[in-house]
Design a protein around this ligand. Sequence first.
Ligand SMILES: Nc1ncnc2c1ncn2[C@@H]1O[C@H](COP(=O)(O)OP(=O)(O)OP(=O)(O)O)[C@@H](O)[C@H]1O
Ligand SMILES: [Mg+2]
Length: 487
Amino acid sequence: MAATAQRRKLLILENDRALRRQLEAVFSDLEVTACEASAETLGIVRRTEPDVVLFDLGTARKPSLASESLELLRRILTLAPDIKVIAMTEHNARELAVAAIGLGAADFYHKPLDAGVLSIVVRRAFRMRELEEENWRLREETGAMALEGIIGVSDSMRSLGRAIEKVAPTNATVLLLGDSGTGKELLARALHRLSERSRGPFVAINCAAIPDTLLESELFGYEKGAFTGASRSTPGKLESANGGTVFLDEIGEMPAPLQAKLLRVLQERTVEHIGGRTPIALDVRILSATNRNLDALIGDGTFRPDLFYRISEVTIRVPPLRARQGDSLLLAQFLLTEMSQRFGKPTRGLAPDAIRAIQMHRWPGNVRELENRIKGAVIMAEGAVVTAGDLGLQDPGEDPEFLNLRAARQRAEAQAARQALAVAKGNLSRAAELLGVSRPTLYDLMEKHGLEAAHYSRHAPPEAAGEAEPPPEPEPPAQPPPKSIER
Ligand SMILES: Nc1ncnc2c1ncn2[C@@H]1O[C@H](COP(=O)(O)OP(=O)(O)OP(=O)(O)O)[C@@H](O)[C@H]1O
Ligand SMILES: [Mg+2]
């Protein structure tokens, strides 16, 4: 793989200068950094971002040196757990090598130096790293493909995507819970598409849209003459989904007598037409969805708990759009392109006020509301770009906090400094090392963000140290008060 070959970076930590030279020569085809193991090492790891570290742990005859080396190894792997570290030891230092592997080193090598053998060990470590990266990349790619048509970059949508992928190949019943317009049906269809039943039918039944009396015949089918108007025998939706998936939408609205009947069908895996006597074998997977609070419905006796357990072997909660950081804008852009094509209107971008408005709006109708607003805007908008007004939204005004990169940077900087101080328990050298900055830079940071080392020190008085609680985050300077954005 050419791209990976370009980035093959090896860090050699060797205190013996002559040996260091020798090792550099052995690996001259790689991008090598070679130095002593020291207090600077973590900073070097951070800067050079090696794939593999060849680390001479020193000699077991000097236990203090060995334990120092192990501590450094631990820190390297805490900082960058993906790095493959090869622990190099004296030939008689088996225990040291074992300890290094225990800490997470990928491999070990016993001296004396044999360039051929060491070369194999090092190259194997690079290969290991490459395979891991490739694996990760493939997972990302297939993940993106599998949930085609479902837009979202927020953490909650990513983990939801993973949940769908995991449950899809099983035959488990899945209950999708979420507010109206969050994408429950879209996800149910994706689940079916990813399942082994994807070649079979996907039959959606909206329990709220069909009158109670018709719902029964829709679901179960009927025989000729079963009721007035039943002029010929008709299959129900359940059996027409045989070999595939049934999606029971708005299941919270299903009337009690039908709940009992559906439960029996699910238990016996057969269905009988209304007015018929012959059981028909049923091989369907049941997915259901509701925006109702089923616990409450069970509590007041409107929903059967036994049916609930049957249909919810796995429950997936679909978050509201306002809780999906970054998704609203991405969806807006995607929908804008789609609608522009659909209505044959030239693609227009979003004006800055529309971007602000989209991010600030609470989206009570979720993706469906966004879809409708964009559709309306594409049809109605006169100008070259879609404005907040075209979307029927108010411009929240200039310079809202979320577009202020400087403020975001400052907050991230303060947070990193606080975390480093907390981990280092107020030890400034250690905190600077963790952050990969010099001590003077750390002082500047602390002054800028009003941080005091004593607050993080183990010996600080309890009220200052606050046990595990770091002191409250100071507001970044010169900022407007944060608007109430829940994302
Ligand atoms: N993540 C998404 N990416 C792209 N389109 C989406 C996404 N989520 C929802 N949509 C679109 O938004 C609309 C509403 O989605 P869907 O019908 O699946 O919601 P729902 O949760 O079933 O809503 P309701 O409870 O009102 O039935 C659909 O047109 C769907 O294609
Ligand atoms: Mg729906």
